[in-house]
Design a protein around this ligand. Structure first.
Ligand SMILES: *Cc1c(COP(=O)(O)O)cnc(C)c1O
Length: 226
Protein backbone atom coordinates (compact mmCIF):
# COMPACT_ATOMS: atom_id res chain seq x y z
CA UNK A 1 0.00 0.00 0.00
CA UNK A 2 2.77 2.46 0.90
CA UNK A 3 4.33 2.35 -2.57
CA UNK A 4 0.91 2.81 -4.20
CA UNK A 5 0.11 5.76 -1.92
CA UNK A 6 3.42 7.44 -2.72
CA UNK A 7 2.92 7.02 -6.46
CA UNK A 8 -0.66 8.26 -6.29
CA UNK A 9 0.23 11.38 -4.32
CA UNK A 10 3.36 12.09 -6.40
CA UNK A 11 1.27 11.89 -9.58
CA UNK A 12 -1.00 14.70 -8.34
CA UNK A 13 1.75 17.11 -7.26
CA UNK A 14 2.89 19.93 -9.54
CA UNK A 15 6.63 19.71 -10.36
CA UNK A 16 7.30 22.75 -8.15
CA UNK A 17 6.19 20.86 -5.01
CA UNK A 18 8.39 18.42 -3.07
CA UNK A 19 6.78 15.60 -1.11
CA UNK A 20 8.20 15.05 2.37
CA UNK A 21 7.00 11.64 3.58
CA UNK A 22 6.41 12.00 7.32
CA UNK A 23 7.60 8.74 8.86
CA UNK A 24 7.46 9.49 12.60
CA UNK A 25 6.59 6.40 14.66
CA UNK A 26 6.79 4.26 11.50
CA UNK A 27 9.23 1.38 11.05
CA UNK A 28 12.37 1.30 8.92
CA UNK A 29 10.63 -1.38 6.82
CA UNK A 30 7.83 1.08 6.05
CA UNK A 31 10.40 3.73 5.13
CA UNK A 32 12.23 1.27 2.87
CA UNK A 33 9.00 0.50 1.07
CA UNK A 34 8.57 4.20 0.32
CA UNK A 35 12.28 4.50 -0.58
CA UNK A 36 11.99 1.62 -3.05
CA UNK A 37 9.07 3.45 -4.66
CA UNK A 38 11.47 6.35 -5.34
CA UNK A 39 10.77 8.54 -2.30
CA UNK A 40 13.89 10.34 -0.98
CA UNK A 41 12.62 13.13 1.33
CA UNK A 42 11.47 11.95 4.75
CA UNK A 43 10.31 13.95 7.79
CA UNK A 44 10.77 13.00 11.44
CA UNK A 45 9.61 14.70 14.67
CA UNK A 46 11.72 13.08 17.39
CA UNK A 47 15.47 13.63 17.56
CA UNK A 48 16.64 10.23 18.76
CA UNK A 49 14.22 8.41 16.48
CA UNK A 50 15.67 10.38 13.56
CA UNK A 51 19.24 9.56 14.65
CA UNK A 52 18.47 5.84 14.98
CA UNK A 53 16.69 5.58 11.63
CA UNK A 54 19.28 7.58 9.70
CA UNK A 55 22.00 5.27 11.04
CA UNK A 56 20.49 2.19 9.39
CA UNK A 57 18.79 3.63 6.29
CA UNK A 58 20.30 4.57 2.88
CA UNK A 59 22.62 7.56 2.91
CA UNK A 60 20.94 9.33 0.01
CA UNK A 61 17.78 9.99 2.05
CA UNK A 62 17.20 13.72 2.65
CA UNK A 63 16.05 13.98 6.27
CA UNK A 64 13.76 16.80 7.34
CA UNK A 65 13.36 17.58 11.03
CA UNK A 66 9.75 18.77 11.40
CA UNK A 67 9.30 18.40 15.17
CA UNK A 68 9.45 20.97 17.91
CA UNK A 69 13.05 22.06 18.16
CA UNK A 70 14.94 21.46 21.40
CA UNK A 71 18.47 22.82 21.56
CA UNK A 72 19.91 19.97 23.58
CA UNK A 73 18.70 17.45 20.99
CA UNK A 74 20.22 19.14 17.94
CA UNK A 75 23.36 17.05 18.39
CA UNK A 76 21.47 13.92 17.34
CA UNK A 77 20.89 15.09 13.77
CA UNK A 78 22.79 18.32 13.11
CA UNK A 79 25.56 16.52 11.16
CA UNK A 80 23.28 15.14 8.47
CA UNK A 81 19.89 16.90 8.53
CA UNK A 82 18.79 18.29 5.15
CA UNK A 83 16.32 20.91 6.43
CA UNK A 84 14.99 21.94 9.86
CA UNK A 85 11.42 23.18 9.41
CA UNK A 86 10.34 24.49 12.79
CA UNK A 87 12.71 27.23 13.96
CA UNK A 88 10.27 29.28 16.00
CA UNK A 89 12.35 31.77 17.99
CA UNK A 90 15.59 33.76 17.82
CA UNK A 91 16.93 31.62 20.68
CA UNK A 92 16.38 28.47 18.61
CA UNK A 93 18.00 30.08 15.59
CA UNK A 94 21.07 30.83 17.69
CA UNK A 95 21.10 27.29 19.08
CA UNK A 96 21.10 25.92 15.53
CA UNK A 97 23.93 28.34 14.65
CA UNK A 98 26.05 27.09 17.57
CA UNK A 99 25.36 23.40 16.90
CA UNK A 100 26.04 23.79 13.16
CA UNK A 101 29.29 25.67 13.83
CA UNK A 102 30.39 22.87 16.13
CA UNK A 103 29.51 20.28 13.47
CA UNK A 104 31.48 22.29 10.90
CA UNK A 105 28.65 22.75 8.42
CA UNK A 106 25.96 25.17 7.29
CA UNK A 107 22.42 24.01 8.02
CA UNK A 108 19.30 24.97 6.08
CA UNK A 109 16.28 26.01 8.14
CA UNK A 110 12.77 27.39 7.78
CA UNK A 111 11.25 29.92 10.15
CA UNK A 112 7.92 28.77 11.54
CA UNK A 113 5.15 31.30 11.11
CA UNK A 114 2.24 31.19 13.53
CA UNK A 115 -0.80 31.62 11.32
CA UNK A 116 -3.31 29.22 12.90
CA UNK A 117 -6.05 30.91 14.87
CA UNK A 118 -5.21 28.80 17.93
CA UNK A 119 -3.15 29.34 21.04
CA UNK A 120 -1.45 25.99 20.84
CA UNK A 121 0.75 26.29 17.76
CA UNK A 122 4.36 27.41 17.92
CA UNK A 123 5.96 30.04 15.75
CA UNK A 124 6.83 33.66 15.08
CA UNK A 125 3.93 36.06 14.58
CA UNK A 126 3.69 37.89 11.26
CA UNK A 127 4.87 41.08 12.98
CA UNK A 128 7.87 39.35 14.51
CA UNK A 129 8.87 37.89 11.14
CA UNK A 130 8.50 41.15 9.28
CA UNK A 131 10.48 42.90 12.02
CA UNK A 132 13.52 40.61 11.78
CA UNK A 133 16.78 42.35 11.02
CA UNK A 134 19.81 41.49 8.96
CA UNK A 135 21.57 39.71 11.82
CA UNK A 136 19.45 36.58 11.27
CA UNK A 137 20.37 36.52 7.60
CA UNK A 138 24.06 36.89 8.28
CA UNK A 139 24.52 33.91 10.61
CA UNK A 140 27.56 32.04 9.26
CA UNK A 141 26.28 28.47 9.76
CA UNK A 142 22.53 28.85 9.23
CA UNK A 143 20.85 29.49 5.91
CA UNK A 144 17.21 30.58 6.14
CA UNK A 145 15.48 28.98 3.15
CA UNK A 146 11.89 30.06 3.74
CA UNK A 147 8.83 29.68 5.93
CA UNK A 148 6.96 26.76 7.50
CA UNK A 149 3.36 27.01 8.68
CA UNK A 150 0.50 24.90 9.97
CA UNK A 151 -3.11 25.86 9.41
CA UNK A 152 -5.80 25.82 12.08
CA UNK A 153 -6.92 22.32 12.97
CA UNK A 154 -10.48 22.69 11.72
CA UNK A 155 -12.85 21.29 9.11
CA UNK A 156 -13.55 24.87 7.99
CA UNK A 157 -11.77 24.91 4.63
CA UNK A 158 -12.08 28.66 4.22
CA UNK A 159 -10.25 29.20 7.47
CA UNK A 160 -7.53 26.72 6.49
CA UNK A 161 -7.16 28.49 3.14
CA UNK A 162 -7.00 31.86 4.90
CA UNK A 163 -4.20 30.62 7.19
CA UNK A 164 -2.18 29.34 4.23
CA UNK A 165 -2.78 32.59 2.37
CA UNK A 166 -1.41 34.49 5.37
CA UNK A 167 1.69 32.32 5.39
CA UNK A 168 2.22 32.96 1.67
CA UNK A 169 1.81 36.70 2.24
CA UNK A 170 4.46 36.62 4.99
CA UNK A 171 6.75 34.59 2.72
CA UNK A 172 6.30 37.06 -0.16
CA UNK A 173 6.88 40.06 2.11
CA UNK A 174 10.14 38.63 3.45
CA UNK A 175 11.27 37.57 0.00
CA UNK A 176 10.79 41.12 -1.21
CA UNK A 177 12.55 42.72 1.75
CA UNK A 178 15.04 41.11 4.14
CA UNK A 179 15.72 38.16 1.81
CA UNK A 180 15.54 40.05 -1.50
CA UNK A 181 19.15 39.17 -2.30
CA UNK A 182 19.06 35.65 -0.80
CA UNK A 183 18.57 33.23 -3.72
CA UNK A 184 18.06 30.32 -1.31
CA UNK A 185 14.91 31.86 0.24
CA UNK A 186 12.53 29.77 -1.88
CA UNK A 187 10.63 27.27 0.30
CA UNK A 188 7.14 27.48 1.75
CA UNK A 189 6.47 24.32 3.80
CA UNK A 190 2.75 23.88 4.34
CA UNK A 191 0.16 21.16 3.93
CA UNK A 192 -0.41 17.82 5.68
CA UNK A 193 -2.54 14.80 4.73
CA UNK A 194 -5.86 16.51 5.27
CA UNK A 195 -5.08 19.94 3.84
CA UNK A 196 -2.20 19.67 1.34
CA UNK A 197 -4.36 20.23 -1.73
CA UNK A 198 -5.44 23.62 -0.39
CA UNK A 199 -1.85 24.39 0.64
CA UNK A 200 -0.62 23.73 -2.90
CA UNK A 201 -3.29 26.02 -4.35
CA UNK A 202 -2.03 28.69 -1.97
CA UNK A 203 1.62 28.36 -2.98
CA UNK A 204 3.21 25.55 -0.95
CA UNK A 205 6.53 24.18 -2.24
CA UNK A 206 6.96 21.42 0.39
CA UNK A 207 4.10 19.23 1.62
CA UNK A 208 4.57 17.10 4.75
CA UNK A 209 2.38 14.01 4.39
CA UNK A 210 2.29 11.14 6.87
CA UNK A 211 -0.93 9.22 7.43
CA UNK A 212 -2.09 9.34 3.79
CA UNK A 213 1.10 7.45 2.92
CA UNK A 214 1.79 5.21 5.92
CA UNK A 215 -1.65 4.90 7.54
CA UNK A 216 -2.59 6.03 11.05
CA UNK A 217 0.15 6.34 13.69
CA UNK A 218 0.33 4.45 16.97
CA UNK A 219 0.98 7.20 19.50
CA UNK A 220 1.52 4.70 22.31
CA UNK A 221 5.01 4.31 20.79
CA UNK A 222 5.72 7.97 21.39
CA UNK A 223 6.69 7.86 25.08
CA UNK A 224 10.15 6.50 24.48
CA UNK A 225 10.80 8.99 21.69
CA UNK A 226 11.10 12.39 23.33
C1 LIG B 1 2.97 14.59 11.92
C2 LIG B 1 3.17 15.84 11.14
C3 LIG B 1 2.80 15.93 9.78
C4 LIG B 1 2.10 14.83 9.02
O1 LIG B 1 0.77 14.74 9.43
P1 LIG B 1 -0.31 13.79 8.64
O2 LIG B 1 -1.61 14.33 9.06
O3 LIG B 1 -0.06 12.40 9.10
O4 LIG B 1 -0.06 13.96 7.19
C5 LIG B 1 3.09 17.11 9.11
N1 LIG B 1 3.69 18.16 9.71
C6 LIG B 1 4.06 18.10 11.02
C7 LIG B 1 4.71 19.28 11.62
C8 LIG B 1 3.80 16.95 11.77
O5 LIG B 1 4.14 16.93 13.07
Amino acid sequence: MIAENIKLIQSTLPPSVTLVAVSKLKSVDDIMEAYNAGQRHFGENYATELRDKAAVLPKDIEWHFIGHLQGKQLKYYIQFVHLIHGVDSIDHLQEVERAAAKAGRTVDVLLQAHVAQEETKFGFSADELCGLDQSVRDLPHVRICGIMAMASNTADQDRVRGDFRNAKRIFDTLKASLFADSPSFTQLSMGMSHDYRIAIEEGSTLVRIGSSIFGPRDYSKQNSKQ
